[in-house]
Ligand binder design. Structure first.
Ligand SMILES: Nc1ncnc2c1ncn2[C@@H]1O[C@H](COP(=O)(O)OP(=O)(O)O)[C@@H](O)[C@H]1O
Ligand SMILES: [Mg+2]
Length: 317
């Protein structure tokens, strides 16, 4: 089965607590979904240039730039959506403002619209994402999938819940139509929100909160992606002092009581930590969503590491 059948959405929104690996996972997913001749678009909306940093490219302009190729052929392009540019593009589309748009920009009208009305800003950003996801040229979709490096779990509900926010701002007209279109798109089977977490208390709690928020908003949760999972170092044994001393002797290492005691303390702490991780994993599984685990990659995330993570995603069920 091809990956797209197992990850069926066209727009993959990647959220999670800050620092859990949203940008990394979104990039790996963009590579995985681009495998075997597909074309994907990796989008960021928070003005951080996280994608450029990750791929080691100059800051992304407001344009769709190739940043990586995928195994078996395939291309990942990237776009940093800027709310000002999105507003100009939008005004031009609906009101054919052309050069007047540039004058508007000089006046600072754009700053007004994008800073005074945060709901408006999110409609512009999500509207641009929807446009890229549904864009077709010569009867074919330009992108097989779009992957959004989204705001963190604490803000994702509000970010995606564009209608309620903008209904107050625009009761009529193209902005209302636009926000209704975006809201319907985000609630359709075309969109899935994936939540990245670590096997740690806070990110797991935020994952549970986000699942609840999104469910209330009727936005579908795709996968929960458990990132940076460490392989087990010790068996499930009790790691008693006797066992540790035997193991040291068998390995031809010094087995004095001080070394054995030190090792024993470390092993106990490690096993306790693993029990906590097991409990957190069970909590995540109880949220009733497909869990996907990605390994911790020692030595930092470079292009090779992204390909490894993409491979891991490709082999998910
Ligand atoms: N699977 C992984 N293995 C090792 N390091 C990782 C992994 N995923 C992310 N990281 C590292 O964790 C840090 C946070 O990742 P990042 O993708 O920037 O998170 P976020 O976008 O959620 O803030 C970065 O330094 C990144 O290189
Ligand atoms: Mg990030």
């Amino acid at each position: 089965m091809v990956l797209r059948d197992r990850w069926p959405a066209r727009l993959h929104v990647v959220t999670g607590k800050g620092g859990t690996g949203k940008t990394t996972v979104a990039a790996a997913l963009a590579i995985a979904l681009a495998s075997d001749g597909q074309r994907t678009l990796l989008v960021e909306v928070e003005g951080r240039q996280g994608i450029a940093q990750l791929f080691g490219t100059p800051p992304l302009p407001y344009a769709e730039i190739p940043v990586a190729s995928a195994p078996g052929g395939g291309e990942v392009r990237a776009l940093a959506v800027d709310p000002e540019e999105a507003l100009l593009e939008y005004l031009d589309m609906f009101y054919k403002l052309g050069r007047a748009g540039k004058a508007l920009k000089r006046f600072g009208a754009i700053d007004f619209a994008t800073t005074i009305a945060p709901g408006m800003r999110d409609v512009l950003l999500t509207g641009k994402v929807k446009e890229a996801t549904t864009r077709a040229e010569a009867g074919h979709r330009v992108y097989d999938a779009v992957i959004l490096d989204a705001p963190p779990t604490g803000r994702i509900g509000r970010f995606l819940n564009v209608t309620a926010e903008t209904a107050r701002l625009a009761r009529l007209g193209p902005i209302k139509t636009q926000s209704e279109g975006v809201a319907a798109f985000l609630r359709s089977p075309m969109t899935a929100v994936h939540i990245v977490t670590l096997l740690e208390e806070m990110p797991v709690q935020e994952t549970a909160d986000a699942v609840a928020d999104l469910t209330t908003l009727e936005i579908s949760v795709g996968r929960i992606i458990v990132n940076s999972v460490q392989p087990p170092l010790l068996g499930t044994g009790k790691a008693t002092r006797t066992e540790l001393r035997k193991a040291l002797v068998a390995a031809g290492l010094p087995a004095d009581p001080g070394t054995v005691a030190g090792l024993h303390t470390e092993a106990k702490a490690y096993l306790t930590r693993r029990e906590v991780e097991e409990t957190l994993r069970d909590e995540l599984a109880a949220l009733h969503h497909d869990l996907v685990e990605l390994p911790f990659i020692p030595g930092g995330i470079d292009r090779a590491a992204l390909l490894d993570l993409a491979d891991a995603l490709r082999s998910t069920q």
